[in-house]
Design a protein around this ligand. Structure first.
Ligand code: ATP
Ligand code: MG
Length: 433
């Protein structure tokens, strides 16, 4: 029979990678707990209209990238391409917004039909934060700091924070007219994608990855110049607060973000180690979205970071500094005990001992190979376990086991086979010495 393969852009996480993911998720979970942010889990499948309304018809995500299909009841469904719309839908649907500001986080797979390459997949994963019901410049900075500090806690290095203000809908309308007029005079110099966007979503041209278009845009009018005095002073305040916290940033007047619902503060955290897929984390304020999705007018801000890209940066950091936090984070955690056993009676006794020790909270790797003792000891050494517990038929017949330190000098001890708590205690005492 022919072998089956995973779909293009859909990637398996093998045990070694899962370990890293869990370590990252554990740091994130603790980080959010300390900030009073609670987890929300929403379905992967939603009605298509949620994203059409919540992200915007003119965006790449809705226009080209969604996994949409009719289900058996002929409803148009979509695998979620991002987490914000779902979090907002859930908050509205369950009346969470009447209980005051909501600080939520989520983690999980997202789906976009894109061209797969390093750091870009069709099923990818995000960790995200959404704060609903907060409007101040201070809340913008708190939310940005949450992302920045999480990445720092993970030991990621060489990151850059870029910020911009997208102002109010009126600011953007004014700017859109200026920009369109400027670009129409140069339409023949634009790449074809950007020419198309000129009619549908001109601000997105600022985000073009085309080199010639980028060069042209250097002289284009900026959104910052088009901001009303109120929007400008709000943006000033964001910058001041970031400076007060000692978080370095750069203003990037061309940062617009891909989704339609952003206004005022927008930001991205990039790494120079990711090539073209440089953005690890992106976010911003989306004051119009909750209403757009049928909820009460509610200001909001959030961000999402890409796990795959984060892991790429973490691997680079771990290689650059093998003793540093990124390397420690991804190091394997060896078992406490490696259980060497051979012979019929020994093997069944070992099964019970492994089970009892695990029930007492110890991590135990039970060698199930039945191989020669020498081979099993080699594997025990390679496992990184601190202790070998050895049971052969001779020990099994005498009702004992041998406890042997692997990582340091020390006497071998003989202990009763049927008294696992004594064994656990011996291990604890030895650890304390
Ligand atoms: P890009 O410009 O790289 O396509 P985006 O603006 O579409 O990014 P967002 O929707 O802001 O991305 O998602 C937030 C983060 O999720 C990105 O910064 C990135 O780290 C990650 N991300 C987005 N799309 C993908 C993908 N297809 N594969 C892997 N990670 C992704
Ligand atoms: Mg994209």
């Amino acid at each position: 029979m022919s072998q089956l393969q995973s779909l293009r852009g859909m990637v398996d996480l093998l045990p070694e990678q899962t370990r890293r993911w869990q370590a990252v998720e554990a740091v994130a979970r603790d980080h959010f707990r300390r900030a009073g942010i609670e987890e929300i889990r929403t379905p992967l499948l939603e009605v298509t209209e949620l994203f059409a309304r919540g992200i915007g018809e003119g965006t790449d995500v809705v226009g080209k990238e969604m996994y949409s299909f009719l289900d058996r009841g002929e409803r148009s469904c979509t695998l979620r391409p991002e987490g914000t719309a779902s979090a907002v839908r859930a908050a509205v649907q369950h009346g969470l917004l009447s209980q005051g500001a909501q600080k939520l986080w989520y983690a999980g797979p997202m789906f976009r039909y894109e061209r797969p390459q390093a750091g870009r997949q069709r099923q990818f994963h995000q960790i995200g934060v959404e704060c609903l019901g907060v409007s101040s410049a201070r809340s913008d900075v708190e939310v940005i700091a949450l992302a920045w500090d999480l990445l720092a806690a993970l030991g990621v290095q060489g990151l850059e924070l870029e910020i911009n203000s997208l102002g109010t809908p009126e600011d953007r309308q004014r700017y859109r007219n200026q920009l369109v007029a400027w670009l129409e005079a140069r339409v023949d110099q634009l790449d074809s994608d950007s020419q198309e966007r000129l009619a549908t979503n001109p601000l997105r041209i600022l985000d073009s990855k085309n080199k010639a278009t980028q060069a042209l845009l250097v002289d284009a009018p900026t959104l910052l110049e088009a901001l009303s005095p109120e929007s400008a002073s709000r943006f000033e305040q964001v910058q001041e607060l970031l400076s007060q916290l000692g978080i370095p940033f750069q203003v990037n007047t061309r940062l617009v973000r891909g989704l339609d619902y952003y206004g005022h503060t927008a930001f991205e955290i990039t790494s120079d180690q990711l090539g073209a897929q440089a953005t690890v984390c992106g976010g911003g304020r989306y004051d119009g979205l909750v209403e757009q999705l049928g909820g009460p007018a509610t200001p909001a801000i959030g961000w999402a970071l890409g796990m795959e890209r984060l892991l790429l940066v973490l691997e680079a950091a771990a290689q650059a500094d093998p003793e540093g936090p990124a390397a420690r984070l991804t190091a394997p955690s060896p078992p406490t005990v490696y259980l060497v056993n051979r012979g019929e009676a020994a093997e069944s006794a070992a099964l019970g001992v492994a089970r009892s020790l695990r029930q007492l909270g110890l991590s135990v790797e039970l060698d199930g190979s039945g191989a020669a003792f020498g081979k099993q000891f080699k594997r025990a050494d390679r496992s990184g376990a601190a202790w070998a517990v050895v049971i052969g038929d001779e020990e099994a017949a005498a009702g004992v086991l041998r406890l042997k330190p692997l990582l340091r000098e020390g006497e071998e001890q003989r202990l009763a086979l049927n008294a696992p708590s004594e064994l656990a205690e011996a291990l604890c005492q030895a650890e304390q010495r």
